[in-house]
Design a protein around this ligand. Structure first.
Ligand SMILES: C[S@@+](CC[C@H](N)C(=O)[O-])C[C@H]1O[C@@H](n2cnc3c(N)ncnc32)[C@H](O)[C@@H]1O
Length: 331
């Protein structure tokens, strides 16, 4: 976890009732593991919202930051000045966006849980100025009202909590409000299904995919019964380990996402490939499972004889862009 969010969480959590937080964390883990849309508000009181911030926000923040970085890699000119964080809860996506886009000056977090917003505002006060001055707005997304207009809308770890019809309405509302929409969900078959439905909906509305897909055709992984995701590794703080009763000093947050925008993505900008799995390294070769610009997915084996391409392949990571044959990545 980057130091600023870490420090902000520590400042807000200092003196919190550790036993109550541990119990609330266990309950949240059970709710999220069940995979089903929750029947009632999950962050229903201050302790649940605080537990979410302590045990879950570092991971959702790390995953969203990685997603935004991938979008920036595709289009380094991406420079949103305003953000609406839809179902933003304690503000993980707002933190990630403010850190990734230093021109961001106006931030609004919209969520149905007053407790999540209150905890998020307390944590955010320790953040960069755009976050410290953010608007935290309580609203049920089922109310049908339009979202506030913004350059960027983040819809992170939200769709899985909503019924399918509301998922569609929220994606439509985000697309009506913003020029760029980032949808992020857990990297599970269910999370991916929500992301894929959002991708389909945005493409059908004439939007364009910035990341991760190197094409705008049907997803080849979905066609094969697979799901597109990647893993983001983050360090756990001591508090995080205590709350989760976890021994490991790190965790791998699996994430599925799509970042789409209203304006076209020129072919010169779009990556020609995307790494779909951890690259496999064998003696003198690296095997990369790739999503390709022609809408297919298949393996490329890069051998040591390919010099710079081999060295680049050794550094390629799951989720990274990868130029298809012919173009050598920068050595
Ligand atoms: C899993 S949390 C995600 C929070 C944050 N986006 C993140 O990435 O950490 C889901 C959030 O969606 C909010 N939410 C769920 N259903 C909602 C609804 N119908 N209207 C408004 N907010 C809702 C919850 O209050 C909660 O804060």
């Amino acid at each position: 976890m980057p130091a600023p969010l870490n420090r902000a969480l520590e400042a807000v959590l200092d003196g919190a009732d550790a036993d109550a937080l541990r119990r609330a964390t266990t309950r949240l883990i059970d709710v999220y593991r069940s995979g089903a849309p929750p029947a009632e508000q999950v962050l229903r009181d201050r302790v649940a919202a605080t537990a979410y911030a302590a045990y879950r926000m570092p991971a959702t923040h790390a995953a969203i930051a990685r997603v935004l970085r991938y979008a920036l890699e595709v289009d380094p000119a991406l420079a949103p000045r305003s953000l609406v964080d839809v179902g933003g809860g304690t503000g993980a996506a707002a933190w990630a966006a403010v850190e990734e886009f230093d021109v961001l000056e106006s931030v609004e977090i919209v969520d149905g849980s007053a407790d999540a917003l209150a905890v998020g505002a307390a944590v955010g006060r320790h953040g960069p100025p755009a976050l410290a001055g953010a608007r935290w707005t309580r609203r049920d997304l089922g109310d049908g009202a339009a979202l506030p207009p913004a350059d960027l809308a983040t819809v992170a770890y939200l769709l899985g909590e909503l019924e399918p019809a509301l998922q569609e309405r929220v994606v439509d509302a985000a697309a009506a409000a913003a020029d760029v929409v980032a949808v992020v969900e857990p990297g599970t078959p269910r999370g991916f299904a929500a992301v894929l439905a959002a991708r389909d909906r945005l493409l059908a509305a004439g939007w364009h995919v910035l990341a991760p897909c190197p094409h705008e055709q049907a997803c080849p992984l979905a066609a094969a019964g697979d799901w597109c995701h990647l893993a983001v590794r983050l360090d756990r703080t001591a508090l995080h380990r205590r709350l989760k009763g976890a021994a490991l000093g790190h965790e791998d947050e699996k994430v599925s996402y799509v970042v789409a925008r209203r304006s076209p993505v020129p072919p010169s900008v779009r990556p020609s490939g995307r790494v779909l799995r951890h690259p496999r390294t064998r003696k003198g070769m690296v095997a990369l499972e790739l999503c390709r610009a022609d809408g297919s997915a298949s393996e490329e084996v890069v051998s040591k004889r390919q010099g710079p391409r081999y060295r680049a392949a050794r550094h390629a990571g799951w989720g990274d862009q990868w130029p298809e044959g012919g173009t050598d990545p920068a050595d």
